[in-house]
Write a protein that binds this ligand. Sequence first.
Ligand SMILES: C[S@@+](CC[C@H](N)C(=O)[O-])C[C@H]1O[C@@H](n2cnc3c(N)ncnc32)[C@H](O)[C@@H]1O
Length: 254
Amino acid sequence: MAWNPETYNKFKSERFAPFYDLLDLVKVKPGLQVIDLGCGTGELTRKLADKLPDSQVFGIDSSSEMLIEYEAYEKTHLSFAQRSIEAQMEISQQWDLVFSNAAIQWVNNHHELIPTIVSKVRSGGQLVIQLPAQHHNISNQMLNELAAEEPFRSALNGWTRTSPVLDIEDYAQLLFEGRCRTMTVFEKIYPLVLQDANALFDWVSGTAMIPYIEKLEGDLRENFTSEYKNRLAARFTKCPVFYPFKRIILEASI
Ligand SMILES: C[S@@+](CC[C@H](N)C(=O)[O-])C[C@H]1O[C@@H](n2cnc3c(N)ncnc32)[C@H](O)[C@@H]1O
């Protein structure tokens, strides 16, 4: 997908907040082998590596655009590779810590993905994952509604993005059915306070809008973007715009 680190980084403090909650759940032990799935630019992987000074940390991400400045974050025992989570899951290697912040929502079929991730955690190890709870996410629903209308519907061949994100009870069940016997699973609202609806548009354009935009070309892309922006402005009329962004946090030890 056409990720853009500049757009993504416009809301650093808002995007970093759940990462720090995840970091607090990491059990610090010496000499861990750690993987960060969907590491983005590498900036947060570096913070993870700084918390685990004697450990080997490896970040993977499928986007060459997001990884463009990864060398700025590399250090001894911290490396990166351009690789998809799906491809990583095909590799038999296990890790002491599987970490992922705001990335696995881009991988389909969590009924398969979660057990596969669990299988990559060594006995005595831990997984720590954050993903958005998108079931009631209005800005995502508005994207789908627009994509289902003409002329976009035909241009997209009827495609709209279906979120693979499950209810937290399902994640807890999947972790239990894996080998996880201790777990911390919760949802948390991260309040987004944005200057106005245009700022909300900027927020969405850094993530959820990307798959629609990359499937549309020329005027259709422009029209989709401007119509979505107009609809957000009509829906979110109060300033600042308050958006209760709900996220799921999963921590489990094996
Ligand atoms: C919202 S960003 C989060 C990045 C980073 N973890 C952070 O917290 O800043 C989502 C990241 O997931 C990556 N991504 C999306 N689908 C992926 C996949 N199938 N395999 C690997 N990375 C993927 C994107 O390239 C992007 O960098």
